[in-house]
Structure formats: C-alpha cells, structure tokens
Design a protein around this ligand. Structure first.
Ligand SMILES: Nc1ncnc2c1ncn2[C@@H]1O[C@H](COP(=O)(O)OP(=O)(O)OP(=O)(O)O)[C@@H](O)[C@H]1O
Ligand SMILES: [Mg+2]
Length: 333
C-alpha cells in the first residue's frame, strides 16, 4: 500500500469495486458468431475513480483510494497515473474486474457488460478502511461511489459514514441497491438516480412528487442531510430539510451517458470544495454530467465543455437558500 502524497487533499474518493473499462464499437451485436469490434479503448473506472478523474481534470485537489489486484489492477493504476490522478491503493489477492461497453453502430444502441468484481477478504476490506482513514486526514469531502464487490458486507458504507464523522469529513455517497439500503445515518449528500431512489423506496415512483416524497424520507430517517436526485435529461432535484430545488438539464445531442452521474458528483463536490453555494455547485455538476454526453465510451468529460456548458446556464433563476461559506450551509460534521 502506498501513502497519500498530502495530508491536505480536499476530496478523497473511495472505490471498493474499481474496473478496467474497455469500450469499443461494432456494426451489430449478435449471438453465437464472433462479433468483430473496432479497437479497444481502455480507461480506469468505477464510481469513485471516475469522480477523482473528473475532479483532477478540473484541477481540484483529489485522491482516489482503491483496492487493486492482478494485471488489471496494475493497469488501472498506470492509467490513473497517466491522467495525473493521485492514488492510494490497497493490494488484494483476487483480480480487479473488467467492464465492457459496446456501441452498436447500426442502431445507436449501447451494450454495457458489468462484472461482479473480485472477492475481498475481511483483512483486505479493513486495509481499505485504514487507507481511507489515513488519506482523509485533513480532507473536507469523502466521496464513496459505486457497487460493493463480493465479500464486502452490505452495511460497509455505513461504516465509512461513521469513520467520516469521526474524522470530521463530509460524506457523499453515490451507490445503488444494498449499499444505499443499508445507509442509516451520517451522510452529508446522497446522489441517487431516479432508478436508485425507486429501488431504495422499494416501489416504482411515478413522477416528481413521489420522488420528492421518497427523497424527503431519506432525510427524515436521518440517513443524509441532503439528496440530489438525478433524472437523466429531466431536471435534477436537490432536496434538503427546508425544501427542494429543480435544476433543468442541458439540451444535449444523444451521446454516451456512461459516467454522467459520476461527473455530476465530481462537479458538485469540486464546487463545494471551492466554497461555492450548494446551488452553484449543483449547477456545475449539471454541466459536468452534460459534458459527459460529448465524450464517447468511458472517457471523461473535457473541462472546456464543462466551462462552456456552465456558462450557458439554461436555468430559470432560483432563489438561493445557501450562502457561500467555508463550510457548506447547514452541514454538520
Ligand atoms: N440525456 C441527457 N441530457 C442532458 N444531461 C444529461 C443527460 N443524461 C445525463 N445528463 C446529466 O448527467 C446527470 C446524471 O445523469 P443520470 O441521471 O443518468 O445519472 P447516472 O448516475 O449516470 O444514472 P445511473 O447511475 O442510474 O446509470 C443528469 O442529472 C444530467 O445533469
Ligand atoms: Mg450513477
């Protein structure tokens, strides 16, 4: 395990199930016969890894904590190094997974094959927590994002939330299924897509009002102080104990939405780490998510696109319930 390069990183991400993302294209995806594809593009992936990549590209101070195993794990570290992303890794015995994204040119459809990931032992997962604790000394935000691999208990993110509270860092969580279902307290911000929110609620959520109710429930149960519900091309909803705000999405040409949510989280946290108001930070996150639509496959958004979209601001003007401050408004650590 290597040590963090600085004790003053403002954003630390945790990715328990990173992946080597391979993307390519083919004319038609079919069964049985070989599907001949174009060249493969290789990127480091997994929720928190992507958040750190985007934050680094936006020149924020960010560090990615991740377990790595086998040749794919080494390759991920090399690729992150190429992108200038600071990493703190924990070696594990099993091999890090690969995910495959195939664009079908004949239809414009995209096929995404997402593997389960390596098995992690109790020692390995404790080593990850230890590495995270060391990396978060002086960190303002800890972003845990993505799925939990086999062997990691479903309440693992609650353990991380507790550790963040002890260390005085604000905890941001973007996960689905059991990871979110087992969060009971301590998050500062949860980012959930409408699908993830509906899974958490255990029922289909028909429309904005039901989504707002479910989001308010996550807050009233004490799981999180705020929640950002992303809804693809529909307006995102920021819900806090005092109300909600809508953030219309940018009108974008159809493109690859892979990683849009990760970029959105990165934008929000980068904005907050620059002491912007929550409203401005979410606007920035919307620009980052939209900018991902302009990058094929699993490549990250280009900062130029982000700033251009951020300047466009296709938003109605909202009253701003948050004032800029060095600690995000209302946040308790
Ligand atoms: N088609 C789109 N047009 C404009 N912006 C988009 C589009 N798709 C995504 N975005 C931007 O990216 C953000 C996140 O996208 P989305 O809601 O799909 O989250 P996600 O985390 O990628 O979803 P999931 O995890 O369920 O795959 C949106 O709130 C929006 O800002
Ligand atoms: Mg997502």
């Amino acid at each position: 395990m290597n040590e963090p390069t600085t004790n003053f990183t403002r954003i630390v991400t945790l990715t328990m199930n990173p992946a080597l993302d391979i993307s390519t294209e083919t004319r038609t995806v079919g069964h049985t016969s070989k599907v001949r594809c174009g060249p493969g593009r290789y990127h480091p992936g997994g929720g928190g890894v992507n958040v750190a990549r985007v934050a680094t590209a936006l020149q924020a101070s960010a560090s990615a904590v991740l377990p790595v195993g086998g040749l794919t794990g080494r390759r991920i570290l090399e690729l992150l190094d190429d992108e200038g992303v600071d990493t703190v890794h924990v070696d594990i015995a099993d091999t890090t997974r690969e995910n495959v994204t195939v664009d079908e040119l004949a239809t414009g459809l995209q096929y995404r094959f997402v593997l389960a990931g390596p098995h992690m032992s109790a020692d390995e997962r404790h080593a990850c927590l230890g590495a995270l604790r060391r990396a978060t000394v002086g960190a303002e935000f800890v972003v845990a994002s993505g799925s939990l691999p086999p062997g990691v208990p479903p309440d693992f993110y609650q353990t991380v939330a507790d550790a963040c509270r002890d260390q005085g860092s604000l905890f941001v969580l973007d996960t689905s299924g059991v990871g979110l279902a087992n969060l009971t307290s301590g998050a500062y911000l949860v980012k959930a897509s409408s699908r993830e929110l509906s899974d958490w609620a255990g029922r289909p959520l028909a429309g904005e009002d039901e989504q707002l109710d479910a989001a308010a429930q996550l807050i009233s149960k004490g799981c999180t102080q705020s929640i950002l519900v992303s809804r693809g091309a529909d307006p995102a909803l920021l819900v806090t104990p005092t109300g909600h705000q809508r953030f219309p999405a940018h009108e974008m040409p159809t493109g690859s939405g892979v990683g849009a949510g990760d970029a959105m989280v990165a934008g929000v946290v980068v904005g907050l780490s620059r002491c912007w108001s929550m409203t401005e930070a979410v606007r920035f996150g919307m620009a980052c998510g939209a900018a991902m639509m302009l990058t094929p496959g699993t490549g990250i958004c280009r900062p130029d696109d982000v700033w251009r979209l951020f300047d466009q601001r296709p938003y109605a003007s909202h009253p701003n319930p948050f004032s800029p401050s060095t600690t995000p408004e209302g946040a308790t650590r």
